[in-house]
Design a protein around this ligand. Structure first.
Ligand code: UD1
Length: 367
């Protein structure tokens, strides 16, 4: 059988747990050589290397080292470097994941070079164009050849935008394959013990959206609410580099440090983070992926955003949207409700998505 070369673009933290299961599934076939291209959008050891290690991913076949910059700089640099790689080694197909700047940059390069491009996690829409990720999603979907959606709303959004049905394939939520692959290691991790919360009620916090952390007034409001919440439930806050920079610049870091019941730490590896989340009473976040992981695990998720591109986590999951001012009362609601032990999971969020993706890719490439 002809061997097909497929580039898998990995760029930023939320991509790694989506690309890893696909890499493993494709490497196990006799028709495909998957090659990981790391754009370098995330480059800190704890934003990148730790994930490669936890997810047992091979070293990237190629590293573009683009680093940080403005949106145009970052997107442009990825395009310039990725085009060189594609012209030197023309792949049979390229898979891009999620909605980060590198996703749209690589998809655009492929579209111009007539290389088939597949979007993993297609069709999600917040309908909020002020979010850079929404622009990335809309553009990537428009120029991709095959659109792998995680949930029915994805299909509906794409059909409503005029995408032909034959380009859309619902494969499920691949990120949860990573959870299933690593479940035993996640259970065995000592993160909860290390943070002194094992067997206790505690909350996990992550916050990194520009809309929450770049504006001083908003970030101060969030910090005030977290301090108040921590009097009721201890919090572990894994701080993204962007957030840390702003907390320090706005003089808010000491406020969190002095709160007593808030433990601040650097971003955690996948296994450590999921160990913490899976034992938490609640999670407070503005992340995309965390909304899905908490739904999968049946853990209440309070999402500090006006909207979500993952509405299924509201209708079939444990997610709730709120403003910064509503954090304290929402936490009260969660703490006063019974901890539910019934977990409902959206269809095809079953840990078997990578296999469906590999089959779909084989069909696309006639392999
Ligand atoms: C990016 C994605 C966002 C995703 C998030 C997860 C875009 C538009 N945004 O946002 O969708 O939810 O990743 O983390 O692609 N930095 C470091 N070390 C790193 C990476 C970043 O210090 O390894 C700092 C830099 O100062 C950088 C800033 O964080 O300027 C922001 O990084 P960037 O990749 O531009 O966006 P994120 O906020 O991480």
């Amino acid at each position: 059988m002809a061997n097909k070369t497929v580039f898998l673009v990995a760029a930023a933290r939320p991509n790694f747990m989506k690309i890893a299961p696909l890499q493993h599934a494709l490497a196990a076939t006799d028709w495909c050589t998957p090659r990981i291209i790391h754009t370098g959008q995330h480059y800190d050891a704890n934003m990148s290397d730790a994930f490669f290690r936890d997810l047992s991913m091979p070293e990237p076949w190629c590293h573009l080292n683009v680093g940080s910059g403005s949106h145009a700089e970052q997107t442009g640099r990825v395009m310039i470097e990725f085009e060189k790689v594609c012209m030197e080694t023309r792949p049979d197909a390229v898979v891009v994941a999620g909605d980060v700047n590198s996703t749209v940059a690589c998809a655009l390069v492929c579209a111009k070079l007539w290389i088939p491009v597949v979007h993993l996690e297609a069709g999600l829409r917040s309908n909020d164009r002020r979010m850079p990720e929404e622009v990335n999603r809309v553009l990537t979907d428009r120029i991709s050849d095959l659109l792998w959606t995680p949930s029915p709303d994805g299909d509906e959004n794409l059909l409503a935008e005029g995408v032909p049905a034959h380009q859309i394939e619902r494969i499920g939520n691949i990120m949860l394959d990573s959870y299933e692959l690593l479940k035993d290691k996640i259970g065995a991790s000592d993160a909860r013990r290390r943070f002194g919360v094992d067997g206790q009620h505690y909350g996990v916090v992550t916050m990194h959206r520009p809309s929450n952390v770049d504006d001083q007034t908003t970030l101060r409001r969030i910090v005030d609410q977290l301090v108040r919440v921590s009097a009721r439930v201890p919090l572990v806050f894994a701080v993204h580099p962007r957030t840390r920079k702003n907390l320090e610049a706005f003089g808010l870091w000491p406020v969190l440090e002095d709160a007593g019941a808030i433990t601040l730490c650097d971003p955690l590896s996948y296994i450590e983070f999921m160990n913490l989340v899976s034992g938490a009473r609640l999670v407070l976040s503005d992340s995309g992926g965390v909304q899905e992981e908490t739904t999968y695990l049946g853990i209440p998720c309070l999402t500090v955003r006006d909207n979500t591109e993952r509405p299924i986590t509201l209708t079939e999951g444990t997610n709730r949207l709120l403003t910064p001012n509503q954090i304290e009362s929402a936490v009260d609601d969660v703490l006063s409700a019974d901890a539910s032990d019934t977990v409902r999971r959206p269809e095809l969020w079953d840990g078997k998505t990578a296999g469906r993706a590999a089959t779909s890719l084989a069909r696309l490439l006639g392999a």
